[in-house]
Design a protein around this ligand. Structure first.
Ligand SMILES: C[S@@+](CC[C@H](N)C(=O)[O-])C[C@H]1O[C@@H](n2cnc3c(N)ncnc32)[C@H](O)[C@@H]1O
Length: 146
């Protein structure tokens, strides 16, 4: 199963650039992880572009209003998506400064939250990548997650 991350706007902050680079490099050892950036803009434009670029994928909107799950629950959800057979790719959608539209949240297959805190979108991207890495190591029985 391909894992895609679609984010609005390339990181400009140094810590985010290096965090993204670090976790993508690590994830490369665990499967197919692709990060694509879309042009940042207003909520409606970005949400429409995120939906268009993720068409046909199992879409997970990253949003502070979403379901808050633990790391083991993320791993279990990944396992059940892989078992389904009809899911070839899952796309995680990160919005721009104004967040996602209500329509995007309704259209996605799931809405997950990284916490109830509102994070700057570059920070949310780094946290998402670290969790994906954590889940990948957990599923391989490696000791990173403890
Ligand atoms: C600055 S936030 C947008 C805040 C906006 N006021 C809203 O209502 O969503 C930019 C993006 O970062 C991501 N994000 C920020 N905090 C998050 C959290 N706690 N959980 C998941 N994603 C988050 C979301 O994808 C969000 O669209």
């Amino acid at each position: 199963m391909r894992v895609r991350i679609l984010a609005a706007g390339k990181p400009a902050l140094a810590y985010a650039k290096s965090g993204v680079e670090e976790y993508l490099k690590r994830l490369g050892r665990y499967g197919s992880y692709e990060l694509d950036y879309l042009k940042a803009g207003d909520s409606a434009t970005v949400s429409a572009a995120l939906l268009e670029r993720s068409a046909g994928n199992f879409r997970i909107a990253m949003d502070e209003r979403g379901e808050v799950l633990g790391t083991q629950a993320w791993a279990d959800k990944f396992a059940s998506l892989e078992m389904r057979g009809d899911v070839k790719a899952v796309s995680f959608l990160i919005g721009a400064s104004d967040g996602h539209t209500e329509e995007l949240r309704r259209t996605c297959d799931a809405v997950w939250s990284l916490s109830r805190l509102t994070m700057q979108h570059e920070l949310a991207l780094v946290v998402l990548l670290e969790q994906l890495y954590r889940v990948a190591t957990l599923r391989r029985g490696e000791p990173y997650h403890r």
